[in-house]
Design a protein around this ligand. Structure first.
Ligand code: ATP
Ligand code: MG
Length: 567
């Protein structure tokens, strides 16, 4: 499927990760008759981010590897924070990443009746009770990990009274927050999760799917494991923070007496210079630090897509980082490396000048124009060639010229020669400066007509090759130079009374006008290019033929490794 080098190497069998080892053991031992059924269970309270991509690739990837199935299930137990906007975006993102849940789209809210029944079973078994304590009283009596909690005075209510109260809770007889249903487990358990956790709360809130049908909602912990069980998920893969919830999930399943999925925890993806919590991402959106969930600086999947990342590059990234049992932080430059690798293979080349200075070729005929040819992608001959207009007046990057260059400067300088990409060798003769500011306005050069392709001196070597565009045919484009959103390696590691927002990079977006060769007018939305010597760029979704807009995906080289050390 992918042509990345790393992916090719992946075709050689790599050693199994610990989850694959568990699954292969289960298959060998005939657990679940060898069936492998996973699920991706997002809560529709935000847009998916690159961490979710890790989970998606893992769950769908394992099912694919072991001829199993993967469900997409929305764990929509909190009506206050959930919305169909998120449901739609999540489905779009999973599809875009290249995965298919076929006809297995589910919602925990579809199981509300069943989950209510499970609660009734626990009540009848004296394993659950209605508690009238306030939230404060409950947290005060919970104890600490080293000090046992105190039992609720309502813990000894009779089954009849509990059934009656819980049913009346359902029927809307009590206001929000006046009562909850709790499990009766062990207030002295060293595992805080087992200290009579809340199963149901009263919430007169409209749900995006069940409408006003319910005014009590199960807690995530009382819905997640049971939903897995109902769907007969064999391997319920989740992140490490749920390890301490496992005994509780197992307790529910055992007491209710239903099918037992196997939960396996792995380390969530953390990335440098990135915040990954949905709550924080929502804050950035709501407070206007970024322009929406799909702002190209966001680590959301829709943000990465808009920036110009490809599904292959993200899948490849999640494969390279593997699955770990301990928390760790992945360097964001690895993700950038993956998209560079991918676009190097697939993006056609184009010349564009971002910070122009004028070149005048004194010995080139005034009115002459010619068309030169260049390959679109040296990595992929099938992409063919394109024509590039050449004339007497050109633009090159201002940084590619120095009046007094150091020894190792192999670009243009007075008296020195460079090759113009796909064109001639030119030599700098003199410069014209603004008399007041001293800024260089024109660089006058001569060219050697024998050095273009097909001419006798075409293979003459000079040290530097520059990109350029012909002034007359140049097309103005808007270029959005995106950079990392945070300047701090770990923006969650806050000092003093700061917040993560104090570490936003003030230069994470610069908008400039650049000049591109005329081929650029054929660029379609989401199409990717390598601007020669500069980086990879993707056509923004807001781009129009009148105002072409390009997002910088990544510079050609990682410029942060050095910059970081300075900071
Ligand atoms: P966040 O902490 O960002 O708010 P979440 O865990 O609350 O995320 P869910 O919608 O519950 O978000 O996540 C859906 C699935 O994605 C869960 O199985 C969760 O474990 C997994 N997941 C979430 N974040 C990451 C991450 N950073 N790395 C790997 N998997 C993740
Ligand atoms: Mg969650």
């Amino acid at each position: 499927m992918e042509e990345l080098k790393i992916q090719d190497e992946e075709k050689e069998p790599r050693s199994l990760n610990f989850i694959e080892e568990i699954i292969e053991d289960d298959i060998r031992n005939g657990v679940n008759e060898g069936r492998v059924h996973t699920r991706f269970p997002p809560e529709p309270n935000g847009y998916l981010h690159i961490g979710h991509a890790k989970s998606i690739c893992l769950n769908f990837g394992l099912a694919k590897k072991y001829q199993g199935k993967t469900n997409l299930r929305f764990d929509d137990t909190n009506p206050v924070k959930e919305d169909t906007e998120y449901v739609d975006s999540i489905m779009e993102d999973v599809k875009w990443l290249g995965f298919d849940w076929e006809d297995r789209l589910f919602y925990a809210s579809d199981y509300f009746e069943q989950i209510f029944e499970y609660a009734m079973i626990l009540i009848r078994k004296e394993k659950a009770y209605v508690c009238d304590m306030t939230a404060e009283e409950m947290s005060e009596t919970r104890g600490t990990p080293t000090r046992p909690g105190k039992e609720s005075p309502f813990r000894t209510r009779s089954v009849e009274e509990n059934l009656d109260l819980f049913t009346r809770m359902r029927h809307g007889e009590f206001p929000d927050g006046t009562r909850v249903l709790r499990a009766r487990i062990d207030m002295a358990s060293p595992n805080m999760q087992m200290r009579d956790p809340v199963l149901y709360r009263i919430l007169h809130a409209h749900h995006h799917r069940t409408g006003d049908q319910w005014c009590i909602y199960p807690m995530y912990d009382f819905a997640h494991g049971q939903s897995d069980s109902i769907e007969r998920i064999t391997h319920s893969i989740c992140t490490l923070e749920f390890e301490v919830h496992r005994p509780l999930y197992d307790w529910f399943i055992r007491e209710i007496g239903i099918y037992v999925p196997r939960q396996i925890e792995f380390a969530r993806l953390n990335m440098t210079y990135t915040v990954m919590s949905k709550r924080k991402l929502l804050e950035l959106v709501q407070e206007g630090y970024v322009n929406g969930w799909d702002d190209p600086r966001m680590p959301t999947i829709c943000g990465l897509r808009r920036r110009g990342f490809t599904p292959e590059s993200i899948r490849n990234f999640t494969e390279i980082i593997g699955v770990a049992k301990r928390d760790n932080v992945i360097d964001v430059s690895l993700l950038e490396f993956c998209i560079r690798e991918n676009l190097n293979k697939h993006a056609n080349r184009l010349m564009a000048v971002l910070n122009p200075v004028k070149i005048i070729i004194d010995n080139y005929p005034d009115d002459q124009e010619e068309e030169l040819e260049s390959v679109n992608n040296p990595e992929d001959e099938s992409q063919g060639k394109r024509k590039i207009p050449f004339s007497k007046t050109l633009f090159i990057e201002r940084e590619d010229f120095m009046e007094e260059p150091p020894n190792k400067f192999f670009r243009l300088a007075p008296g020195r020669e460079v090759r113009l990409k796909a064109a001639y060798i030119i030599k700098c003769e003199n410069v014209v400066k603004d008399p007041i500011t001293g800024i260089i306005n024109e660089i006058h050069c001569t060219y050697d007509p024998m050095t273009k392709s097909g001419m006798p001196d075409s293979s003459r070597k000079v040290k530097g090759t520059l990109h350029w565009v012909s002034e007359k045919q140049a097309v103005k484009i808007e270029v959005r130079l995106y950079d990392r959103l945070f300047i701090k390696e770990n923006p969650d590691d806050i000092e003093g009374d700061k917040t993560f927002k104090d570490y936003l990079n003030p230069d994470s977006l610069k908008v400039i006008t650049a000049f591109a060769e005329p081929e650029v007018i054929n660029a379609k939305i989401y199409e990717k290019y390598q601007f020669e010597r500069i980086g990879y760029f993707s056509v923004d979704k807001d781009s129009t033929p009148q105002n072409l807009v390009f997002n910088r995906v990544v510079p050609l080289k990682d410029s942060w490794t050095k910059a970081e050390k300075v900071k």
